[in-house]
Design a protein around this ligand. Structure first.
Ligand SMILES: Nc1ncnc2c1ncn2[C@@H]1O[C@H](COP(=O)(O)OP(=O)(O)OP(=O)(O)O)[C@@H](O)[C@H]1O
Ligand SMILES: [Mg+2]
Length: 335
């Protein structure tokens, strides 16, 4: 979706695609006359993230959120399209530029246990990026910096002597945050950073992330399936459906004036705190198989408003306001 304010954006994504080859082995295809099989997990996505904001991606399981996060972090190569960071197109970046971007753009994963080496003490886990980026001269300087980073995330400097298993889930996620902060990043890609944690611990970690954002001027790309977390935590939201962005807008626009029937469906399913007896409408239908998405708008089989046009042509993004875009042939009216 085209963005209005290009100058202040830290990250620009244009026409991003990725296809995964999930074909059976060659010999099997030869004997059975089978074609190659692909999952087109990200199918032409455009968005920008502005400096200092939190942009969230939401959508049902399998819609491609983590794949976008991995593409942004350089863990996957796009099949098509461009990712630019501060105007530098990643694919064209020099070695020095890549090194700079690797340092300034960090990722936080859902499961801190899987992302922290269990055999390493916390000191080594957090010092690794400091060494990699040449930010410390010796062990002593490293210890000092690791201690500061631990305190910055609400742990004690002495915790550097421990191993990851000696911490609770919330504390482990704090360690991953400290490690991510070690290279003094400006952009953090956070893929469901709190969804493995208890609700009360979730709130503490989210508050910490918010405080760090204010202190350090961080920019977040945040992925979550918890709509109430997204509404509190984000400035703008992108709604994904089967590898595409179907709607983008400010939290206020997307939550209060959704224009895509899919966004409306997600919003209607949120339990309301204010209206106790409000009927929740559960999300209905199933996400189609990404190996063979339906023609036209991928949401059409679940959409109450689908017409022949929706079954034939894929809708282009259109501007609803300066900040809201929707990709739908028949956007909902607002009352
Ligand atoms: N490495 C891979 N190889 C093949 N297919 C993949 C790979 N990674 C993701 N996919 C497929 O791409 C699609 C999107 O997956 P992805 O993990 O990005 O979804 P998600 O929105 O993060 O879902 P969830 O909410 O469950 O985390 C899925 O159909 C998935 O099976
Ligand atoms: Mg995911």
């Amino acid at each position: 979706m085209s963005e209005m304010i290009k100058e202040s954006s830290l990250l620009d994504v244009q026409n991003l695609h990725i296809k995964f080859d999930i074909s059976k082995p060659f010999i099997h295809r030869l004997l059975n006359g089978a074609e190659k099989t692909y999952v087109h997990a990200v199918r032409g996505i455009d968005f920008s993230v502005r400096r200092g904001e939190t942009f969230s991606l939401v959508g049902e399981s399998g819609c491609g959120k983590s794949t976008v996060a991995r593409l942004l972090s350089g863990l996957y190569e796009p099949t098509d399209g461009t990712i630019s960071y501060e105007g530098t197109v990643l694919a064209d970046a020099t070695r020095e530029q890549r090194q700079h971007i690797r340092r300034r753009c960090q990722m936080i994963f859902q499961d801190p246990f899987a992302s922290l080496n269990p055999r390493w003490k916390v000191e080594r886990i957090i010092a690794e990026p400091l060494v990699l980026f040449g930010l410390i001269k010796n062990r002593e300087e490293g210890k000092k910096r690791v201690g500061q980073l631990l305190e910055q995330v609400g742990l004690a400097a002495s915790d550097m002597e421990k191993f990851p298993h000696e911490f609770s889930g919330g504390q482990r996620q704090r360690i991953s945050i400290a490690r991510a902060l070690a290279g003094e990043p400006e952009f953090l890609v956070c893929d469901e950073p709190t969804s493995a944690l208890d609700v009360s611990v979730q709130a503490q970690v989210l508050n910490l992330m918010k405080d760090l954002q204010d202190e350090l001027g961080l920019t977040y790309l945040f992925i979550s399936h918890d709509m109430s977390v997204v509404s509190h935590f984000s400035d703008r939201v992108g709604i994904m459906y089967l590898g595409r962005l179907v709607e983008v807008g400010t939290v206020e626009e997307v939550f209060n004036r959704p224009r895509h029937p899919y966004t409306r469906m997600l919003m209607d399913a949120i339990p309301s705190m204010d209206v106790i007896h409000k009927e929740r409408t559960p999300v209905t239908g199933e996400v189609p198989n990404p190996i063979s998405p339906p023609p036209g708008c991928a949401f059409n089989p679940r959409c109450a408003f689908a017409t022949d046009q929706c079954r034939q042509a894929s809708p282009q993004a259109q501007n609803i306001s300066d900040t809201q875009q929707v990709a739908c042939h028949h956007p909902l009216a607002v009352d």
